[in-house]
Design a binder for this molecule. Structure first.
Ligand SMILES: [Fe+2]
Length: 372
């Protein structure tokens, strides 16, 4: 597969076609699946569990356009999923990447210093075969490389197509725009170098605590991208503020570095967010004053500002255009993982102009949790 390279500096040792799937380890996959189907409009596609011969874990595979979410729970005592959930709560274990050659992806990355998680192996069923391999990244998170060109099944060998008659209306989520990792104090550069040296990514932008600080909290962030721009991984680390930053709060509750948020793209954020709100999803609220000055900052936009304000959608502009974005409150028990909904109208950045307004909103939530 040839996909145009847009960031020439990226070495791209392993061409990546896109995000293959995101797997979360959760306490109760059945109920988590119901939540993402009901609230986020994902469709149930595939299943693995006792009925398919899997005696240790149960997984539900959900889909919406190009996004695949896998929710996995343990069927046994003291398995790896239990250990993970015990330490981190529900969270992202696997960010799987779709490659043309999983063996080469493993060789290119491990030879450059990646720690192996899974040596290349081929798994087959009546629908063909898939080659997998995997490496460790920050915290207990891993990347699995998936080579699926010889596979025609619904997801992966070992999964069967499933339908239970419960249909929910999709809400217009299209693809994974970016996945953000929170790493420990002083480790941002180490992980950015990992993505550059081991994965062949390039750095797009960086923010420091002058960009992203409020009275109390601050963070530093760099965005790493592969050559075709389909994989973007911002990496955050806490910066010193007067009180505890949201990144520190995350690391304290997650007990490690890990995925902080998954940003998913839509072509109609007003529709998507209206539906999410109607279905009970909670978002961070920015103060109404945010909208008093927003037009000065971003200029003319196509959308009805009144609707954006009602829905609390944020707007930011860069040299290439503008973007609309909103952040959910944490979707799991601990104040850790959340989702971002983003609509890009030319802008390729990440909403730097919104950070201050947003962090003030996050701090109000932290204050309520007593963790500021
Ligand atoms: Fe984001």
């Amino acid at each position: 597969m040839e996909i145009e390279k847009i960031f020439k500096e990226a070495q791209d040792f392993l061409p990546i076609n896109g995000t293959d799937y995101i797997e979360m380890y959760v306490g109760n996959a059945q109920q988590a699946a119901y939540f993402y189907r009901s609230a986020f409009g994902f469709q149930l596609k595939a299943y693995s569990g006792l009925e398919t011969g899997n005696k240790t874990t149960v997984s539900y595979v959900l889909e919406q356009d190009k996004i695949r979410l896998v929710l996995t729970s343990s069927l046994v005592k003291d398995g790896p999923v239990n250990t993970f959930v015990n330490a981190h709560g529900d969270g992202v274990k696997v960010v799987a990447l779709w490659v043309d050659n999983a063996t080469k992806a493993w060789e290119e990355t491990t030879s450059r210093g990646a720690e192996s998680y899974l040596e290349p192996k081929t798994v087959s069923d009546e629908n063909g075969s898939v080659v997998f391999s995997g490496i460790h990244t920050y915290g207990e998170t891993v990347h699995i490389f998936v080579e699926r060109s010889a596979y025609k099944g619904v997801f992966l060998p070992g999964f069967k197509a499933i339908s239970d008659g419960f249909k929910t209306e999709p809400i217009g989520l299209k693809y994974v725009d970016h996945i953000v990792g929170n790493v420990k104090l002083g480790e941002m550069n180490k992980w950015c170098q990992f993505y550059e040296k081991v994965m062949g990514f390039t750095q797009l932008v960086s923010f420091d605590d002058k960009d992203i600080s409020t009275e109390y909290s601050a963070l530093m962030s760099k965005v790493m991208s592969n050559g075709n721009g389909r994989i973007k991984f911002p990496i955050n680390e806490p910066a010193h503020g007067k009180r505890k930053s949201q990144i520190e709060e995350y690391i304290e509750f997650y007990n490690d570095a890990g995925v902080q948020h998954i940003a998913v793209a839509t072509d109609d954020i007003i529709h998507t967010v209206s539906e999410l709100r109607r279905r009970g999803v909670q978002f961070l609220n920015v103060p109404a004053v945010y909208y008093d000055t927003v037009t000065e900052r971003v200029g003319e936009i196509d959308e009805d500002m009144k609707r954006l304000k009602e829905l609390n959608i944020l707007i930011d502009r860069d040299e290439e255009g503008y973007l609309l974005q909103i952040f959910t409150k944490p979707l799991v028990t601990r104040p850790t993982l959340f989702f971002e909904i983003i609509q890009r109208k030319g802008a390729q950045s990440f909403g730097k102009g919104n950070f201050k307004a947003l962090f003030e909103a996050i701090e109000r939530e932290q204050e309520l949790r007593g963790t500021l």
